[in-house]
Design a protein around this ligand. Structure first.
Ligand code: NAD
Length: 387
């Protein structure tokens, strides 16, 4: 298939956050073109967004249902190949289901669904459809995260003993949901966001990052969730003790009321022979620690990184010293997703490294994490097994 993949988008209207990031990141490698969309819950606003993006009016739809019907009515050579879903959490499931059942590949934002039951149903739908499903845990797209994963895999730090992962933010320290913030209003509403607030919004990223790098699955959680802002219905802060398989222990804390913090996602992993440390706000560096030795700072784009982790090298576009970050990490996930879609459509086997992007299985894990955390906290911060 020697052409760009045709992308449709649901969500990402004017003033929305992540839709525009997807539009930019998906263009980075010249493999994808945006050709259609239902960009806003308000049909008129969807049309206005389409105009702003210079899309032909006939490919800009008022609703996602109209988009599916409109696209299916087009000749196959014009139709979208896949849809990216960048709406609030509550509509991920119905939209993903409808596009998969209509025969389209899907790239979806996290958290994947509203609960575990929906997540498992979606997993079945993906399997039955035979289509590719990508889930946007974009932090796994960073080269130095891939290096960390490969260092763990090759035994560089030995058997893992302890994992500390955090994701503090401060932007919800006041009741922004009452001050007109679109992003805050649905995130703090259980009907639109799901059973957890901060734990669903950013805790799932922390959980996914810890499992991705270490290859260990969380087996038990003891969680304490709090809604600090008066009247808020969902947690804006949470602290968890974690037990992983194979005896590793850990801590995970997230917050959206930690004033002064922006996107402080960071992870520390300690093994029998060494440690690793990575900070999302300084993503081009991985700190490597060894017994009785100075801390090493591994820097993205260097040959010694490529030698240790071909996946990190593959995920790198610029030479060392020219910073790469959020857009590039998302572009890396799109790159793997595109390879998988091309292979799927050609009926060929997908190379293993092309599968290096989160899928529906990660989405099920994310929902299980949320349910376990909420159950633990509601029961008074007791240990609860994670499936
Ligand atoms: P937002 O409130 O900024 O934008 C949501 C957009 O979706 C709006 O334009 C709204 O009109 C539109 N929309 C809602 N329902 C729709 C429907 N049925 N059809 C068409 N459009 C519809 O939200 P956001 O902050 O961009 O978050 C969107 C999703 O992305 C959420 O699930 C969120 O968790 C996720 N997200 C992920 C990351 C990440 O780093 N991976 C970052 C931010 C948000």
């Amino acid at each position: 298939m020697l052409r760009k993949l045709r992308m449709g988008m649901v969500g990402g209207g004017k003033g929305a956050f992540i839709g525009d990031v997807h539009r930019k990141a998906s263009r980075l490698d010249g493999q994808i073109e945006l050709v259609a969309g239902a960009f806003d819950i308000v049909p008129e606003k969807s049309k206005a967004m389409g105009d702003e993006l210079f899309l032909p009016a006939r490919r800009v739809y008022g609703t996602y249902q109209e988009m599916i019907a409109g696209e299916l009515a087009l000749p196959a050579a014009e139709r979208i190949d896949f849809v990216t879903i960048v709406t609030p959490n509550k509509s991920h499931f119905p939209i993903a289901k409808a596009f998969l059942e209509a025969g389209f590949h899907v790239y979806c934002e996290k958290p994947m669904t509203m609960d575990v039951a929906e997540a498992k149903t979606l997993q079945e739908i993906v399997k039955k459809s035979g289509k590719v499903f990508g889930l946007n845990h974009n932090y796994t797209g960073y080269p130095m995260v891939k290096l960390a994963r490969d260092m763990v895999r090759t035994g560089e730090i030995g058997a893992i003993r302890k994992i500390v992962v955090q994701y503090p933010q401060g932007w919800l320290a006041r009741a922004e949901e009452k001050a007109g913030s679109m992003q805050a209003s649905w995130r703090t509403d259980p009907k639109q966001s799901g059973a957890a607030g901060s734990m669903g919004d950013i805790g799932t990223h922390a959980e996914n990052l810890a499992e991705y790098i270490t290859g260990l699955r969380v087996s038990e959680i003891c969680a304490d969730l709090t809604a600090f802002v008066p009247g808020r219905m969902l947690d804006d802060d949470g602290n968890c003790l974690l037990r992983f398989e194979k005896g590793a222990k850990g801590l995970l804390h997230v917050s959206q009321v930690s004033i002064g913090e922006e996107n402080g996602l960071a992870i520390w992993i300690y093994g029998e022979n060494g440690g690793l440390e990575w900070h999302q706000e300084h993503p081009n560096y991985l700190h490597v620690k060894r017994i009785n030795a100075p801390v090493e700072v591994w820097r993205r784009g260097n040959p010694y990184v490529a030698a240790k982790s071909p996946a990190a090298a593959k995920a790198t576009r610029l030479p060392s010293g020219h910073p790469e970050a959020f857009f590039e990490a998302l572009a890396n996930l799109y790159s793997g997703f595109v390879d998988a879609v091309r292979a799927s459509d050609a009926g060929t086997k997908v190379a293993d490294d092309a599968l290096d992007f989160p899928t529906v299985a990660d989405g099920v894990r994310g929902m299980q994490f949320i349910e376990t955390v909420v159950a633990s906290s509601k029961a008074g911060a007791v240990w609860v097994k994670m499936p």
